[in-house]
Design a protein around this ligand. Structure first.
Ligand SMILES: [Zn+2]
Length: 284
């Protein structure tokens, strides 16, 4: 269970959700949220965060829906960080200037790239101007790695091994593999083990849906995760939900079952995300 017993009282563990999507108007998300009993609305999200002691959430934007959720995030700067999105295959000087202005003003704390969906490799030259900006502002790049939800995506670009080339080329660039390359968790673990500058979030590995072999999948996933963590360690891994793919309560309960040390739990549930995305932002 996610609770820590303290002197007779029960205090919920502090949690940072390192991977969320805030697009309350998106019909597909609404439909999924309804199926899993999540109230996908501004009030519903804030209530869920309060109930589960989620002290910060990192909201992802995408090049297709760059404005999705931005207003809500702006209104709740004390609760959310934002990852900007850009399409490196269609990069203009104007877009790069906008990106840098967002970084300088603290409106974004990372950039998310959708390699498998947009068909390019992390180490492609087209992406280099983005990495140079990120290194200048000491911010990480986040890649969607592993499984993609569209048949138009190509997995050869999103496989975690593609990240190794980039980590080698830019050892000062901080790199996050979203979804830890699932189902290639072991490949991702090796990329993390080998490269000091590579991290992963464990979002999107479970959904709130209970169909097919979901129970067996979850059991097997825990074992696979533990095995990968015992190989690469836990200090470069972060908790995330891919909200609204799964609820916070369900996700916290699931990952609390990992058989890892309490100090690793603390790193996993909030400390590593704070170091990577928090900058000067203190947690209240
Ligand atoms: Zn996501």
């Amino acid at each position: 269970m996610p609770n820590i017993e303290k002197a007779g009282t029960t205090q919920k563990r502090k949690v940072i959700d390192a991977h969320m999507h805030i697009n309350f108007g998106r019909p597909q998300s609404k439909e999924l949220a309804e199926k899993i009993g999540v109230d996908y609305s501004p009030e519903g999200l804030l209530r869920e965060m309060d109930e589960n002691n989620i002290v910060r959430g990192l909201a992802m934007t995408s090049p297709i829906m760059p404005e999705g959720g931005k207003k809500f995030i702006e209104e709740h700067r004390d609760r959310f960080w934002c990852a900007g999105a850009v399409d490196p295959t269609n990069l203009t000087d104007e877009r790069l200037e906008e990106l840098e202005a967002d970084m300088a003003a603290g409106r974004i704390c990372a950039v998310k790239l959708y390699i498998g969906y947009q068909h390019y490799y992390p180490a492609d030259d087209d992406c280099v101007p983005i990495y140079e900006l990120l290194m200048k502002h000491d911010m990480p790049v986040i890649f969607h790695t592993g499984d993609c939800v569209s048949t138009m995506a190509r997995l050869k670009f999103s496989h975690p091994l593609t990240v190794d080339d980039l980590a080698f080329r830019f050892p000062d660039l901080k790199i996050v593999m979203a979804h830890m390359g699932n189902p290639w968790l072991w490949d991702a673990a090796e990329v993390i083990y080998k490269n000091e500058n590579v991290y992963a979030d464990l979002s999107g590995l479970i959904t709130g849906l209970s169909e097919g072999y979901w129970e067996e999948y979850r059991k097997g996933l825990l074992e696979r995760l533990e095995s990968a963590i015992y190989y690469c360690g836990a200090d470069h891994l972060m908790f995330g939900t891919d909200y609204c793919l799964a609820s916070h309560a369900d996700s916290i309960e699931f990952f609390s079952k990992l058989k890892i040390k309490e100090s690793d739990m603390e790193n996993f549930f909030w400390k590593t995300a704070l170091t990577l995305y928090g900058g000067e932002s203190p947690l209240t």
